[in-house]
Design a protein around this ligand. Structure first.
Ligand SMILES: [Zn+2]
Length: 302
């Protein structure tokens, strides 16, 4: 969830195999500070960066995948994502819609267009650094540990959680966060509605109610079922609010709808990525309420 104030940091997780190889989940934003932080954190527990054998990223946002490129270069580690996330990276790098027609389609007034541009233009994606893809149910290649991929589309098309069933830990990426409602549909367009996908994906992790959740942001927590129920309530309230606004003004544009929906940060303070995400959430809700098929949504991050 790039740029989000309360998500100013993200968690990288490192798992060690029986043989001593290291496997990184979501290395995080690529900055000099973070590279030093990774080395220092490993050194603090007697480990070295050179032992990193693989990197898996839960989704394509730069605050998760960013540093993977550097780790891959300096260690020779292989990088993998869920197969649907690689497809999303492909689509985003090609670009789908002309940015102006996208903004026109949403009804964005001239004064708000410049700040949205970075999120609607096709930008080069690190697609060519992906060495392999994993599928739902696959195990990460970690000797002595069974860490399984669960495909949980919604936040992005190929978002994935990882579950270590023996140690009862679920690495949730941005699918389930303790103190934020994940933005949905933030990895480009899909033929399905990202809200519906997200609710199905909450069902997919429901069997793991007793695990410790290790999320991409916030803090580790126990109580997956309660947190999923809170987010479901939030999703449902937004859908109801959308239906009420559309009943009053059936021809509201996506932008008008977004401006009238309640937002935890307040509409007046929405800028840049937050504005983009709010518009995208409004669009998905409008599609859902009117049974309109999902229109092409551009990228979310640079
Ligand atoms: Zn994200």
């Amino acid at each position: 969830m790039p740029g989000r104030h309360s998500a100013a940091f993200s968690f990288a997780y490192v798992l060690a195999s029986d043989a001593g190889a290291l496997h990184v989940i979501d290395p995080g934003t690529d900055t000099v500070e973070n590279r030093l932080r990774l080395d220092a954190s490993l050194a603090a527990v007697g480990l070295e960066r050179a032992a990193i054998a693989t990197v898996f990223v839960t989704h394509l946002h730069s605050d998760h995948i960013g540093m993977a490129r550097w780790i891959r270069e300096v260690t020779g580690a292989s990088l993998s994502v869920h197969v649907a996330e690689q497809a999303a990276l492909d689509r985003l790098s090609r670009g789908t819609l002309d940015p102006d027609s996208q903004l026109d389609g949403w009804g964005v007034p001239a004064v708000r267009r410049i700040e949205l541009m970075p999120f609607v233009v096709p930008v080069s994606r690190p697609r060519n650094i992906i060495d392999g893809v994993l599928h739902d149910g696959d195990l990460l290649p970690i000797e002595g540990r069974a860490v399984r991929v669960i495909w949980t589309p919604g936040h992005t098309p190929g978002s994935a959680c990882l579950v270590d069933e023996e140690r009862r830990i679920l690495f949730s990426g941005d699918h389930l966060l303790p103190n934020m409602n994940p933005g949905l549909g933030l990895g480009g367009s899909t033929p399905t509605n990202a809200i519906a996908d997200y609710l199905d994906s909450l069902d997919k992790i429901a069997p793991y109610e007793d695990v410790e959740v290790a999320p991409g942001h916030g803090y580790r927590f126990i109580g997956l079922t309660e947190r999923a129920a809170e987010i479901r309530g939030h999703v449902s309230r937004r859908r109801t609010a959308t239906a009420a606004i559309l009943a009053e003004t059936p021809h509201a544009t996506v932008f008008e709808l977004a401006s009238r929906l309640p937002w935890s940060g307040g509409w007046a303070r929405m800028q840049g990525f937050y504005l983009f995400s709010a518009i995208r959430q409004a669009e998905l809700n409008l599609d859902l309420v009117t049974c309109r098929s999902s229109s092409g949504a551009p990228s979310a991050t640079s």
